[in-house]
Design a protein around this ligand. Structure first.
Ligand code: GLA
Length: 387
């Protein structure tokens, strides 16, 4: 990989200088969905697929970006002193946004750089190809220019870029999961405090199978911001009755006692999801730590039902994948993962039933939806690194 990247880099940007190569993973969230901007818990892990980069600093103050996934767009250029979102810069707005965000946070980027990317995460799949390129860019900057931030701040810089430069009001989960990833572990993160714990993922003969709807997300981002606004409004209504900082501060009983403070039934459903999903995530991690994989699987499925009925972010494609998966033998649990509205679902499947799952769910989904899903039997990887 390293040699391939270096060769391509030299072909695009010319030979010479100190060319360095890097990798940052994608992520899958096992449980704890739409809780990260509600002060709740999440439980994601890094994958072994991700984004590669080759980079070299230059002395002309220009930024030159090239992606092997979008070769038709050629080299996209920007000035390090004048970074603004430009629609025509397409994917390069992500690394541009991160460089902008690092400078906003007071870090100095004294030179320009030439950087080439190659991603192995399918775009729009909900496996965080955008957070992966963000965290990777932050990591490259830190390494090339000796910046002093740690990996948590690297994640925060990525989130800041996404919020303020790209305009998606996401939480911290994706960037954190990628920046802090650890092989064979998932990250139990309290998004209210950023306290986290690495939990070994021992699945007792089960595999994590990701099922991609292959539905391209369209309205997803605006719906995402809409859900977030609904939760904020529900929180403001609850605050008239109870002293809380976020929905994550409530447990089921407390929510039941105060939910009538939320005037609209829709907002009540949204808030219920946020509260119950947080509690479910805490219980699921307990189950995994106790070796109760069956219970972990049941909680995953309960998470999907809540995202479908109360949060309403699934849609026909994800619901079809999940219900078909659950009707197969050896499937302990299944749920959508990420923002929803398309993208991927994640399932927990007994090793010997994985082939059966792939063929049966593939066939039924294709018949129902009109095009085929894709399956990935994944391993849990670690965070960003220099190759
Ligand atoms: C997207 C966002 C995350 C998180 C999930 C939903 O992946 O980027 O911050 O909110 O959706 O859990």
């Amino acid at each position: 990989m390293k040699e391939r990247l270096e060769k391509k880099f030299e072909a695009i940007f010319g030979a010479g200088g100190d060319i360095r190569t890097y990798f940052a993973p994608g992520r899958v969230n096992l449980i704890g969905e739409h809780t990260d901007y509600n002060g709740g818990h999440v439980f994601p892990c890094a994958l072994t697929i991700g984004t590669y980069a080759a980079a070299r600093k230059n002395s002309d103050g220009r930024l030159r970006f090239y992606s092997m996934n979008f070769e038709q767009l050629g080299v996209i250029e920007a000035n390090v002193r004048d970074l603004t979102y430009r629609k025509e810069d397409d994917w390069a707005n992500y690394p541009k946004g991160v460089i902008w965000a690092a400078m906003q946070k007071g870090y100095e980027v004294p030179y320009g750089m030439d950087i080439l990317f190659e991603g192995t995460i399918p775009n729009s799949s909900g496996l965080s190809s955008s957070a992966s390129i963000e965290v990777l860019t932050g990591y490259v900057l830190k390494d090339l220019f000796n910046l002093s931030y740690d990996m948590i701040e690297n994640a925060q810089i990525g989130q800041y870029a996404e919020n303020q430069f790209i305009g998606v009001n996401c939480g911290i989960m994706d960037q954190f999961a990628i920046a802090m990833g650890k092989e064979n572990h998932a990250i139990f993160l309290d998004t209210a405090t950023l306290a986290y714990e690495y939990v070994p993922v021992r699945l007792d003969g089960c595999r994590i199978v990701i099922m991609n709807t292959n539905k391209k997300r369209g309205l997803g981002d605006s719906k995402y911001n809409e859900r977030r606004a609904e939760c904020e409004e529900a929180l403001a209504e609850l605050k008239t009755r109870v002293d809380i900082a976020s929905l994550g501060d409530l447990n089921e009983e407390q929510f039941a006692a105060y939910e009538d403070a939320i005037a609209s039934p829709i907002r009540r459903k949204r808030a219920r999801h946020a509260v119950l999903e947080n509690q479910r995530t805490i219980r699921a991690v307990g189950a995994l730590q106790a070796g109760d994989i069956a219970e972990f699987g049941r909680l995953m499925t309960a998470s999907h039902v809540s995202l479908r009925d109360d949060y309403e972010v699934t849609g026909k494609e994800l619901d079809t994948l999940v219900s078909e998966a659950l009707s197969q033998p050896g499937v302990l649990g299944a749920r959508m993962t990420g923002a929803g509205f398309g993208g991927c679902a994640v399932s927990l499947v007994q090793e010997e039933e994985v082939e059966n799952l792939i063929s049966h769910v593939g066939e039924k989904y294709t018949k129902e939806i009109g095009y085929a899903p894709t399956f990935y039997v994944v391993a849990i990887g670690s965070g960003p690194k220099r190759l």
